[in-house]
Design a protein around this ligand. Sequence first.
Ligand SMILES: [Zn+2]
Length: 91
Amino acid sequence: MTIAEPETDKTAAPDASNSRRFAEIGKLTANSFNAQKQLIKRVLKGQSVSCAGCRQPLNVLLPEQLKPGQKPGIFCKKGCTDIELDMEAYG
Ligand SMILES: [Zn+2]
């Protein structure tokens, strides 16, 4: 009597979410991407940063402050700054 080995699924699709994220980043110029990274760093350090558009102070929403349906991010009241935080990258 033999027991058949379960066939491993080699046709599983590679994780598409990563390549999609890189594509998003690629749309930004290196300059604005770095500027955004600096901005995120400053906000996460607790420094007060103003929106480049409306000059209002930026709000930060951290994962532990989230209400259902919310995503962590940095944003201003008017919405000209609306950065979604990737806490894996910045935490
Ligand atoms: Zn703004």
